[in-house]
Design a protein around this ligand. Structure first.
Ligand code: DC
Length: 240
C-alpha cells in the first residue's frame, strides 16, 4: 500500500479541520492542522506585544519559536479540538481558538519569512506520507506533489454560521454578523496576499460542501483516496 499525502485547502469555515481529521481517522493516517501553527505564533506575538507588521521582529520570533502538534486526548477531542498544540512546550490548544488570534494569524501569514520557517516545519512533519494536512497553501506550496489534493469550499453564509456555532459552543458572545465580517475579512487577506495566497491548485478536486455534512464530505474524500491508491499501485506495478 502506498502512503498517500492528502492535502485539503480552503477558506475559513469550509470544514477543513473536521473533515481532514475524519479522513485521517478513516484511513489510519496522521492529521496536521497547519493553521494551528500560524495561530500559535500569532498568540506569542500578541502576548509579547510584537507589532504584526514589524517583519524583522516577527521573523526573529518565528525562528526562535518551537511549535508542536500532537493528536488530541479523548476529552479535548470531545470538546472539538483536532490537534493538541504546544507553543515552546506549553499547551495552547484552547487559547489559539479566538477570533483575535485568527485575525493575527492571518496577518502574520502575509510575511514571507514566517511562511518559510513554518512551511519547512510542515514539510518535515509530513515527510513520511500517510498524512492529511490542511491549510491554505498545502497543495500549492507545502506538498505540490501530493497524490490527492482537495480544495474545500462552501458559501460565505454557511461558513460564517459554522464558525458562529463553534464560538457559541465555547461561550463566546459573538453575533452571526460579527463572525461573518471576521470570516470575510480574513478570507480577503488570505486570498489577496502576495506570498502563497489561498488558491485552488490546478490539480485539486473542488468540493463544495455547503449542503454536505462532515461525514459525507470525509467519505467522498476517502473514496477519491482509494482511487488514487489504486492508480499509484497500478503505476508502481508497471515500473517493475
Ligand atoms: O485554518 P485556520 O483558520 O486555523 O488558519 C488561521 C490563519 O492562518 C488563516 O487565516 C491564514 C493562516 N494560514 C495560512 O496562511 N496558511 C496555512 N497553510 C494555514 C493557515
Amino acid at each position: 500500500m502506498s502512503k498517500l499525502t492528502i492535502t485539503i485547502d480552503g477558506p475559513a469555515g469550509s470544514g477543513k479541520s473536521s473533515v481532514a481529521r475524519r479522513v485521517a481517522a478513516l484511513l489510519g493516517y496522521s492529521y496536521l492542522d497547519s493553521g494551528a501553527m500560524y495561530r500559535a505564533l500569532a498568540l506569542k506575538a500578541l502576548e509579547r506585544k510584537v507589532a504584526l507588521d514589524d517583519q524583522a521582529r516577527i521573523e526573529a520570533l518565528a525562528k526562535e519559536t518551537h511549535i508542536a502538534l500532537k493528536p488530541p486526548t479523548p476529552d479535548l477531542e470531545a470538546a472539538g479540538a483536532k490537534n493538541r498544540v504546544f507553543l515552546d512546550g506549553k499547551e495552547v490548544t484552547r487559547e489559539i481558538r479566538t477570533a483575535e488570534v485568527a485575525q493575527a494569524a492571518s496577518q502574520l501569514a502575509t510575511v514571507a519569512a514566517v511562511r518559510r520557517v513554518l512551511v519547512a516545519e510542515q514539510q518535515r512533519a509530513g515527510a513520511g506520507g500517510s498524512v492529511v494536512m490542511e491549510g491554505r497553501d498545502i497543495g500549492t506550496v507545502v506538498f505540490p506533489n501530493a497524490e490527492l489534493k482537495i480544495f474545500l469550499d462552501a458559501s460565505p453564509e454557511v461558513r460564517a454560521e459554522r464558525r458562529w456555532k463553534e464560538h457559541q459552543e465555547k461561550g463566546d458572545r459573538m453575533t452571526v454578523a460579527e463572525v461573518f465580517d471576521e470570516v470575510i475579512e480574513r478570507d480577503k487577506r488570505d486570498r489577496e496576499r502576495k506570498v502563497s495566497p489561498l488558491i485552488r491548485a490546478a490539480d485539486a478536486v473542488l468540493v463544495d460542501n455547503s449542503a454536505m455534512g462532515i461525514e459525507e464530505t470525509a467519505r467522498l474524500i476517502v473514496l477519491l483516496a482509494s482511487e488514487r491508491q489504486k492508480e499509484a499501485t497500478a503505476s508502481a506495478g508497471k515500473k517493475v
